[in-house]
Ligand binder design. Structure first.
Ligand code: AVJ
Length: 310
């Protein structure tokens, strides 16, 4: 990511009304470490539910896959530690797999490779660093049938129709007999969802505030982070969790030579974490032009790994 795009996006967002910042910029070094802490919070149920499915339902998922050979392509793979459970099951079920983790960060991909070497020696791993747009082009010319993984409820960060646009975009790199495997957080009791984004330990607040610190560091900003508070809300009708930073006082902030003014209690929209019902997912699958779907959920039905067939 060039500073240029970062600077343009941040200024544009902060000069908009309402003000907004983009969650894709949360993940600098410090932000990635804070996200690791979030994943271990008792209120943040998502990773445990997804891991349960990948550990205990992998065989049911694999039973839906007819071919003997697959390229397993993972979008935004990270360290791949959860994916290892699925890959392990693939190998035990005698599938021949090549694992192709795609991620923007080459550093995390070398961690991924090392984890696979330790957990699954002998697995063929072929990492590709870059953004989705560049890296997906690379894989569309490969001949093996593909399973494209997009796990961790990362689809939730796309606003409204953008999720469907993204799935259609991914599908344009797929052919007959390929599968899209999507990890999604399901609609559930609003209090359970809200608690996951409003932890009493305040880690989610730090995760949001860190973007202001990043702007201070990288764009010569002077946010006084103590003047901002974190606020999350969940709308059970739309299924959107929205996170905001609220300016507690009237204030002026300088960023990249520009002056921004905040009214008392003015909000910056930070992130959407969209929740879906299985019915919502069926509709998306149909609108994206996939043939069939299968949903695999954890024992509490909090999370789904959904398999869409081309
Ligand atoms: C990484 C996008 C799945 O939205 O649940 C966690 C990020 N934000 N707590 C999510 C996040 C606040 C997370 N995703």
């Amino acid at each position: 990511m060039t500073t240029d795009t970062f600077e343009k996006d941040i200024l544009k967002g902060l000069q908009s009304n309402p003000k907004r910042l983009f969650s894709k910029y949360f993940y600098d070094h410090k932000g990635s470490a804070l996200f690791q802490q979030i994943m271990h919070l008792p209120e943040y149920y998502l990773p445990a539910c997804e891991t349960e499915i990948l550990q205990h339902r992998a065989k049911d998922i694999i039973n839906k896959l007819p071919e003997a050979n697959y390229d397993v392509v993972e979008l935004g793979a990270g360290d791949g530690s959860k994916t290892a459970y699925f890959l392990d099951a693939m190998i035990r079920e005698k599938k021949k797999v090549t694992y192709i983790p795609l991620d923007i960060s080459p550093e995390i991909l070398s961690v991924n490779e090392e984890i696979m070497r330790q957990k699954l020696p002998g697995l063929c791993v072929n990492p590709i660093a870059g953004d989705y747009f560049e890296t997906l082009k690379n894989i569309s010319s490969r001949k093996n049938p593909k399973i494209i993984l997009f796990l961790g409820s990362n689809i939730g960060n796309f606003e409204g129709e953008k999720a469907l646009d993204f799935i259609r975009f991914v599908k344009s790199f797929m052919g007959k007999g390929d599968y899209f495997m999507l990890g999604v957080d399901l609609k559930k009791h609003p209090r359970t969802i809200l608690a996951a984004y409003d932890d009493p330990a305040g880690i989610t607040k730090k995760f949001n505030i860190n973007l202001l610190d990043r702007i201070n560091r990288e764009l010569n900003g002077n946010f006084n982070t103590a003047d901002f508070d974190h606020y999350a809300s969940y709308d059970p009708i739309s299924g959107a969790t929205n996170s905001y930073l609220i300016s507690k006082v009237e204030q002026k902030v300088r960023v990249s030579g520009q002056t921004l003014t905040f009214s008392p209690y003015e909000a910056i929209h930070m992130e959407i974490s969209q929740k879906y019902s299985l019915h919502d997912l069926d509709r998306i699958r149909e609108n994206a032009g996939f043939n069939k779907d299968h949903h695999f959920t954890d024992s509490k039905s909090y999370f789904s790994i959904s398999l869409f067939e081309v």
